[in-house]
Structure formats: structure tokens, C-alpha cells
Design a protein around this ligand. Sequence first.
Ligand SMILES: Cc1cc2nc3c(=O)[nH]c(=O)nc-3n(C[C@H](O)[C@H](O)[C@H](O)COP(=O)(O)OP(=O)(O)OC[C@H]3O[C@@H](n4cnc5c(N)ncnc54)[C@H](O)[C@@H]3O)c2cc1C
Length: 285
Amino acid sequence: MRSRFEYFRPRSLDEALGFLAAHGPRTSVMAGGTDLMILIRRGDVAGKFVMDISRLDELRGVGKIDNVISLGAAVTYTEIVNDKIVKEFAPALVEAAGQVGSVQIRNVGTPGGNAANASPAADSVPPILVHNGRVIIRSAFSERIEPLQDLIVGPYRTNLKPEELITGFLLEAIDGTYRYSFERIARRKALAVARINAAALARLDSAGVVEDLRLSVGSITPQPARMTAAENHLIGRRPNMAAIREAAEKVTREMIRRSGIRSSTEYKKPAVEGLVTKALTRILI
Ligand SMILES: Cc1cc2nc3c(=O)[nH]c(=O)nc-3n(C[C@H](O)[C@H](O)[C@H](O)COP(=O)(O)OP(=O)(O)OC[C@H]3O[C@@H](n4cnc5c(N)ncnc54)[C@H](O)[C@@H]3O)c2cc1C
């Protein structure tokens, strides 16, 4: 069957942004295509053009200036897993990237596509949030940089305009004094998309008191978020299992406050508390 879409591969970011300025509402941006191809096959995408950004050099680099890591939107998970800068300064993202899908998915899938697709279970989102991650969004006429949690306005919904492209992310680098963890519960091991995931970073002082703690849990709130009540419960304390479990309960209280009680709550509450307890125990005990 002949495709309804015309394929376009820009040679530069300027050309890509120019194309979106002219044809944005009728164009689907494609990075790795691992989400987009499914949407197209299901008939969920209306439009005329597919614009392939996967080879744009401007979206493919990783760099670091002072304590800010810049990550191109079209860097693949495999590249993240192998990148020296991300490994050293954002290791929770490396752990998450290493667990996405399969080798085939990791070889082409990108955090830019993950964020733009805005699945509540997106695996790269919680690790970017614990690095106070910001997203760089460009059009032919403007550039805005905003916290990643502001880009995603609800499940599978972002504030991206048709003429806009995510060009990259800015992450706060951590040093070797931080511990990190990324945990997820997936339906089954191979090729499974996570049902719930959690990323956490912590720094303890020489007396074992928590100086800094950052926690983000995916799939439990309509918009991605940091779990500040749980973070604040443990900061300033020497952590023990009881305090960690109390923090995990604060996470599920936040889940219910933001998402309400649903049919899944009965299963989700112990699952989230177990996952958060595991993620925090790994870095605090
Ligand atoms: C078998 C399988 C397993 C999977 N496992 C996981 C998993 O374990 N964890 C997980 O999180 N996800 C998983 N996914 C989902 C998917 O692989 C990820 O969401 C991936 O990060 C999407 O990236 P991509 O580059 O392929 O995006 P694409 O499919 O190219 O694009 C996704 C969406 O984002 C838009 N988009 C892409 N890049 C940009 C950009 N730079 N600016 C603006 N819009 C853009 C596209 O228009 C499209 O709407 C899985 C998918 C499959 C098919």
C-alpha cells in the first residue's frame, strides 16, 4: 500500500525549522520513529509529511560547560549508555537508557522523542527531572528553555507548537559525592515499557545526614513531577528504613492527591511504595 506521507530529511537545523514554519501543522517530526511508527500504523496521525531529524548534527551532541550537561534531542539511548560525560555526571540517566526496550529500540530511540511523546511511563523523564532538567525548544522565530515538567502538560500532551522542535536538554551535572538509582516495574522483562519508574539522587554528609535528595516517580501523576514531600521528609536526617517507608507513603499520598482514587490504586499503591523504598534504600542505607 502506498504511504499517505511524504518523507523529508532536512540537511540542517535551520532547514528543519524552516520546513516546520511552512508546514508544521501537517508535519510529524520523526527521530527514532519507535513511537511515531506505531501511531502512524494505528492511524492516529493525520498529516502530509514525516520530517526525519535523526541525522541532524545539531541535535546529536553531548557536551558539558561548568556544571551543565547539554544533551541533543536526537542522541540515542545507546549513545547515552556509551557516553563518557553522561556516565560520569548523569549516571541515573545512563541506567534508565540501558533499560529502555531492546537493543534495536535503544539504537534509534531518543529522549527527545520520549519527552515529546509524553507517555507517563517515559523512562528518560524521571532521571532528567532529578537533574533539574530543562528542555530547549526552538522554532524558526524563537527559542525557549523551560523545566521539562512544564513541557508535558498531561498524559501524551505537551505544550509544543506545530512549528517547534525540541533541540536538546540541559541537565545539572552531579559529582562523585552523589549516589544515584533508577528502578522500574515493567509488565514483563523483555521489550516491556515500564509501568512505574523512579529515579533518585542523594548526597549524604560525613555523618550520614542527607544533605540533598531528589526523587521523581513516573506514571503516578498526570504531569511528571519531583516528589518534594518525600524529599523534604528525609533531607536533614540520618535515614533509616522507617523514615524511607514514611517517605514512600508520602509519594503515594501525592499520587492520590493529584490523580484521585482509581481502580488501579489498590495495586499501584503497594507497588509504588515498594519501588520507591527500593530506589531510596539503594542510595541512603
Ligand atoms: C518495543 C518497544 C519498547 C519500548 N520500550 C520503552 C521503554 O522501555 N521505555 C520507554 O520510555 N519507552 C519505550 N518505548 C517507547 C519509545 O521507544 C520511546 O518513547 C522513545 O524514546 C521514543 O523516541 P523516538 O526517537 O523513537 O521518537 P519518535 O517515535 O521518532 O517520536 C515520538 C514522538 O515525539 C515527536 N518528536 C520526536 N522527536 C522530537 C523532537 N526533537 N522535537 C519535537 N517532537 C519530537 C514525534 O513527532 C512523535 O510524536 C518502547 C517502544 C517500543 C516500540
